[in-house]
Write a protein that binds this ligand. Structure first.
Ligand SMILES: O[C@H]1[C@H](O)[C@@H](O)[C@H](O)[C@@H](O)[C@H]1O
Length: 575
């Protein structure tokens, strides 16, 4: 008896003319269920299985691949954590007389490099493959790290950070893209939240590595923590050679047999089990339908030849066309709100901020702001477990409401007691408490969902470009925040928090009224969630392609087969 990750519906719903969407109905996905099929004398149980941790363990192979690829996020977080400490190390600042200006450049140059890296990876990911792109990104990242670690001048450092940034940016879009394409729908959110898990784990490791090496005499204090990142960079690059390819990309490249084999591997089927597993075939057919639909719509609309500069430009432009505009803005805005929540203002300027709040001493301030990383890390754990059960929207709404409120409280307290914290220690500690409450709320909502949503909302044809645009929005807004926060803090600390509070409130409205729920919907079904997917012609075209590819016929045969009719049942609430 084999088990897999699919939904079943009550047998009444199974009629020969239904498409696979109806067969594997959303309803059943949400409530969980079991489908038993007798085939060739064997009995197969498909459960649209448990979500959360149990679901992840059921899909242990996809989980392992996602955990591995999320090393990309680890590298990103590590740099962030480590640089906060390196920039205040004695040997580092005295060696090249690094002042505020140089510090700014070093942070900014990585972010700008990452912005370019994220956009470039969007082109690369379709042309070569997701995995080869990751390998290239790792090589670039390692070159940048080597420059930084062995730097003999300020110029080396800056060049190293720019090159490293290219790699970090590329990895920050490639890892979530690959994860989305290999995961089964019921645990996709949990799997993808691993990206955030790795980012914040990296930030914690980076921060504390720097914290502990900062007192080593001489250049080792900063060369060691900067050099350490080469290890995971090399590991990720080499390990990618052994990962299964993305079945969706293979389908897009018309390598159907390979796609089926990759999909079977990911869904824990042996090659011998493939022919007897109808749901594997259904999943593959759905991917083919989407790929063809897209290819045909492009052919109808575009005159450019695939692969040319013109066609490339057309694909980018399509992101802003009537059909995909709404999704593109969701991808861009989720990252906008993630960054304008102020998380990085707290991370980059945490020590300064804690001093504003009246805390004294280098160790106290560093430890407290290091604590922000730990809170973020702890908060992502419940997100991993609940993101598919609760859905993206409620987490975003709840998170932004709490974030807006915490910022507002801090703004008020800072406004009232700024300059006189000594006699208002309680207010100071309440503010610190609010910083942590904010961080926890961010850590279960905009933190992880920022990395989950973009890969989900785009259809295959524009997914890599869409994800790369939204990742670029992350880096761009991150850069802006880094640029304006010091000035804002100087002119009005309470005003700074008010700005972030307002942004979080806007995020609340946006997540309430604009964002669709994507939990438990297969990537191929997201079209339906957006409703718009394009008028009647597309619906008709899709039905035609489904017929051409034999999807209807296959499902019809399967659904009308005596065995399936008798044994197909659903058990609401068994997830
Ligand atoms: O999701 C991550 C994470 O929350 C990091 O701590 C933050 O620095 C990044 O900018 C963000 O994208």
């Amino acid at each position: 008896m084999a088990s897999g990750g699919y939904a079943a519906v009550p047998s009444d719903d199974v009629s020969p003319q239904t498409s696979s969407q109806a067969l594997l109905s959303r309803e059943a996905r949400l409530h969980g269920g079991t489908l038993v099929i007798h085939s060739d004398g064997h009995s197969y149980t498909y459960s649209y299985g448990p979500k959360g941790l149990t679901g992840l363990l059921h899909n242990y192979y996809a989980l392992g691949c996602a955990v591995f690829v999320s090393i990309g996020g680890l590298l990103f977080g590590y740099d962030q954590g480590v640089i906060a400490n390196v920039l205040v190390m004695k040997d580092f600042t005295q060696r090249w007389l690094i002042g505020a200006w140089e510090k700014g450049i070093m942070t900014a140059v990585l972010e700008l490099g990452a912005l370019i890296g994220a956009l470039a990876a969007g082109v690369l990911a379709d042309r070569v493959s997701r995995r080869v792109s990751i390998i290239i990104a790792c090589v670039v990242f390692c070159i940048g790290s080597a420059f930084q670690c062995g730097a003999g001048s300020l110029a080396h450092l800056i060049v190293g950070r720019a090159i490293g940034g290219l790699g970090v940016g590329a990895l920050s879009m490639l890892a979530p893209l690959y994860m989305a394409e290999i995961s089964p729908p019921e645990v996709r959110g949990s799997l993808m939240a691993l990206e955030q898990f790795s980012i914040v784990l990296g930030a914690v490791l980076g921060f504390w590595t720097g914290f502990f090496t900062r007192n080593i005499p001489g250049a080792s204090s900063w060369r060691v923590p900067l050099g350490i990142q080469l290890g995971p960079g090399i590991l990720l690059g080499l390990g990618c050679l052994f990962l299964p390819p993305s079945p969706r990309l293979l389908v897009m490249h018309e390598r159907t047999e390979d796609a089926l084999r990759a999909l079977a591997r990911l869904r824990l089927r042996t090659p011998a089990e493939i022919p007897a597993d109808p749901l594997l075939k259904v999943e593959l057919l759905e991917m083919q339908v989407e790929a063809q639909l897209v290819a045909q719509t492009i052919e109808l609309n575009d005159s450019g030849k695939a692969g040319t500069l013109h066609a490339e430009a057309r694909t980018w432009a399509r992101l802003f066309g009537r059909k995909y505009r709404r999704r593109t803005f969701i991808g861009i805005m989720i990252m906008f709100f993630q960054q304008w929540s102020g998380i990085n203002a707290l991370l980059y300027y945490g020590p300064t901020l804690m001093r504003e709040l009246g805390l004294q001493g280098e160790s106290v301030t560093l430890t407290v702001s290091g604590g922000i990383g730990i809170v973020q890390f702890l908060a992502v754990l419940p997100a991993i477990v609940f993101i598919d059960r609760i859905g993206r929207k409620p987490l975003l709404r709840g998170g932004s409401a709490v974030m807006a409120f915490s910022h507002f409280c801090i703004a008020t307290l800072v406004w009232l007691y700024e300059g006189d914290w000594q006699s208002h220690w309680l207010a100071a500690w309440i503010s610190v408490g609010c910083v942590y409450i904010f961080t926890a709320a961010y850590g279960v909502s905009y933190g992880p969902i920022g990395w989950v949503l973009p890969s989900e909302v785009f259809p295959l044809s524009v997914r890599s470009k869409g994800v790369s645009l939204s990742t670029a929005s992350n880096w761009f807004n991150n850069f802006l925040i880094g640029l304006i926060t010091p000035g804002l803090m100087e002119s009005s600390p309470s005003g700074t928090f008010l700005v972030f509070s307002a942004a979080c409130f806007a995020g609340y409205l946006w997540s309430t009224y604009i964002v669709p729920e994507t939990a438990n919907v297969s990537l191929e079904e997201i079209d339906a969630v957006f409703g718009s997917s394009a008028g009647q012609e597309d619906v008709a075209l899709k039905a035609q392609i489904e017929r051409d590819l034999g999807l209807h016929e296959f499902i019809g045969e399967w659904a009308s087969s005596e065995n399936v009719r008798r044994t197909c049942y659903a058990e609401p609430g068994t997830s």
